[in-house]
Write a protein that binds this ligand. Structure first.
Ligand SMILES: [Zn+2]
Length: 700
């Protein structure tokens, strides 16, 4: 009997695979030539590609509809829907790649147009498609109950049925078309919002004196004006340096104001419209708010649960946060003062923290960066993943096949099987996406080799000096690789569950788990090597990193809670929101020790508001699990390949095909716990005392 069941499941799989092949999707990236072909797009080509994918998707839906009701099976009704989504996801991924990364204006605009056509098709013809809905329900109420399916297939069906509850299929036709209109407008505005952040090209001009405190290497990377001053773009990599190191308060202040006004005022207006449209969508669907709608298929389930979670963290970190602030206030750097009310000025905080770190932990991030030259660090990082996850890498020469000569490409293998290709686009340039991210273009599955991009904006090499990564950059590298490995190690049958296609508040678990590696001495000694001598990171510095690592953890977490609550506040009940007022009220409540100013228009460049919407809390939520998993890995041996393989097989490979809580329970061998998370946040109660005592002993 068991053999018969297995045979039925295998037959269903074979039928499904044949079907995917008949539609030529998803396109497996089986060689560098496949990647080159995908990236050889032109302005007309990208539009044509979108149209072809739309035609394929339409044909798949037509084929599903004509199946007689009494012949419906998983293979002819459900699997084709996954093929349709694979096809649409792939072209969407390519459009996104071009919009975020291609240096050519004309191509980015063409991809934007193509993306709008695609979005309109998805909203008009795929979502809330009544005939498809009827076909799925017929199958669900019929053969589904007796058909032999794998657990992944069964879960796919139930997830799809749950999703229909959010599509408004029971609404009258008129309200359905209203819903479609609202969705189209919201999607177009979100694209405009994202593009406006990338397109913001403000620059500031400073004299050499105004840049005091910044390194010669950093200053050499700036362009000169005719009168010998320095021109600085207002972007994240520049902000990292100026806010931490510039000793001239006026420079930090000018930069902070410019940075807090990126994409303002245009994006404030767009954000207001997005909020109103999303609220209207939620109300049409009978939900109290867009946040309530968006959280229905998350681990947390409701905004109320999220608030409870964030409030709990807030109350627990309060004593640590006060201790951290008191330690910073006690010894302000020369030339820095608090306001009359005793608050920090927003452009001083990063600088004060840097000086504090240098003094008490004797850690200068710029000295530390000399141990992390980008190419060398990448090499060590790849070796680490080879040892831990059992994967192999092969450099694929770019030779003009990718969108920019700076981009590197690696073929990724496991046990001789090509998992996919990984493109690394790591350095800033005009019009490029200004943060770090990972992008799935083609999702890796059981029989599909994917194509994944890691995006960062690390400082570039200048003259003879190689690109040097700060400790924070290396952590970012680990984070984004966590997403990339989640995508590449995927072994799901359905594209809808592949790799990072997990519940939204679980997607940051693998990335934040891998980030923890860089705080471990055994990893630091392997990854860091001086750019001149190749000498590994000295033990003494490693000890200082480990000691200093958690100082500021409570202040950082408070920042995360602010972002999470802000994104919830925007998308909670209410269509009309004064986006600046909401931000200001919340900021004063959550970060009362920092001066709030009307010049702060941060929300206009808060890119997470479109894609993540109200779900920013997912970082803190999934960090609880990330630290728990890391704790388990440490218990078993941080470089133990058996643990790495088990983690890859039991967590990463499953993607979204299993509930996160089941994945965790299975890997941990127990219920998940928040102990490791709170231990990290509460580690330092008297930071200065602790740090100064330990540094005194090592130098006494
Ligand atoms: Zn992430």
């Amino acid at each position: 009997m068991r053999w018969l069941l297995m045979l039925q499941v295998v037959t269903a799989l074979v039928q499904s695979t044949n079907l995917a092949a008949s539609y030529h999707i998803p396109t497996s990236m089986t060689s560098a030539e496949d990647v080159a072909a995908l990236c050889r797009y032109t302005e007309e080509g990208i539009i044509t590609y979108v149209q072809e994918c739309i035609a394929t998707a339409q044909r798949i839906m037509d084929d599903i509809i004509i199946v007689p009701d009494d012949e419906r099976t998983f293979a002819n009704t459900m699997y084709p829907l996954d093929c349709r989504d694979a096809c649409l996801q792939q072209v969407h991924g390519l459009c996104e790649l071009i919009m975020l990364l291609d240096p050519r204006d004309t191509l980015r605009h063409a991809a934007q147009d193509a993306s709008k056509i695609l979005e309109a098709f998805v909203i008009e013809r795929c979502s809330a498609h009544k005939e498809i809905y009827r076909a799925v329900m017929t199958y669900y109420n019929g053969v589904y109950t007796t058909e032999q399916l794998s657990s992944e297939q069964r879960y796919y069906v139930t997830e799809m049925i749950a999703g229909y509850g959010r599509e408004g299929l029971d609404l009258p036709d008129e309200e359905q078309s209203q819903l479609k209109e609202l969705r189209k407008k919201a999607a177009a505005l979100c694209t405009e919002f994202d593009l406006a952040i990338n397109a913001d090209a403000q620059t500031l001009v400073f004299s050499r004196e105004q840049l005091a405190g910044l390194s010669d290497m950093f200053i050499a990377s700036l362009t000169n004006t005719d009168d010998g001053r320095y021109c600085m773009e207002v972007n994240r990599p520049r902000a990292e340096q100026v806010m931490k190191y510039c000793v001239v308060e006026d420079t930090r202040k000018a930069f902070w104001i410019a940075y807090s006004n990126r994409a303002y005022p245009g994006n404030n207006l767009r954000l207001q419209q997005i909020i109103a449209l999303r609220d209207a969508i939620a109300r049409l669907l009978g939900r109290s708010s867009f946040a309530a709608l968006a959280l229905e298929n998350s681990m947390a389930k409701s905004p109320a649960r999220v608030r409870e979670f964030l409030d709990d963290i807030m109350s627990r970190i309060m004593p640590c946060m006060k201790a951290e602030c008191a330690a910073l206030c006690a010894e302000l750097p020369e030339g820095v003062s608090l306001t009359a009310e005793g608050k920090f000025k927003p452009w001083d905080i990063a600088y004060i923290r840097t000086i504090h770190k240098q003094k008490y932990a004797q850690l200068d991030e710029r000295v530390l960066a000399e141990y992390f030259p980008a190419d060398q660090t990448l090499k060590h990082l790849l070796q680490l993943y080879t040892d831990f996850f059992g994967i192999a890498w092969q450099e694929v020469p770019n030779n003009g096949i990718l969108w920019h000569p700076d981009v590197r490409c690696l073929a990724v293998f496991k046990e001789g099987r090509l998992l996919g290709h990984l493109a690394l686009d790591l350095y800033p340039r005009p019009n490029k996406f200004s943060h770090a991210a990972q992008l799935d273009v083609v999702r890796t599955q059981k029989q599909v080799s994917g194509f994944v991009v890691v995006i960062a904006n690390f400082p570039k090499a200048v003259g003879d000096m190689p690109a040097l990564l700060t400790y924070g950059d290396v952590a970012t590298f680990f984070h984004e690789f966590g997403h990339a490995l989640h995508a590449l190690l995927s072994e799901t049958e359905m594209v809808g569950f592949a790799g990072t296609a997990v519940r939204h508040d679980f997607v940051e678990m693998p990335s934040q788990m891998l980030e923890e590696f860089i705080g471990d001495p055994a990893i630091l000694v392997r990854v860091g090597a001086h750019y001149k001598t190749g000498e590994p990171l000295p033990q003494e510095i490693i000890e200082r990193i480990v000691r200093a690592r958690h100082f500021g953890a409570a202040i950082d977490m408070q920042g995360q809670i602010f972002f999470a609550l802000l994104s919830l506040a925007y998308f909670d009940e209410g269509a009309e929101k004064d986006v600046d007022q909401v931000r200001s009220d919340l900021y004063q409540a959550i970060c009362p020790y920092v001066l709030d100013l009307p010049e702060n228009h941060f929300a206009a460049s808060f890119g997470h508001l479109t894609g993540y919407g109200p779900r920013y809390y997912g970082y803190a939520w999934s960090k609880v699990f990330a630290l728990d998993v890391f704790e388990k890995i440490k218990e078993e041996g941080i470089l133990d390949v058996r643990t790495g393989l088990r983690y890859a097989a039991e967590v990463l490979a499953k993607g979204g095909s299993v509930e996160p809580s089941d994945l965790l329970r299975n890997f941990l061998g127990r219920e998940p716990s928040a102990d490791a998370f709170f231990k990290q946040l509460g580690i330092i109660l008297a930071p200065s005392a602790q740090l100064s005592a330990s540094s005194a002993s090592s130098h006494g």
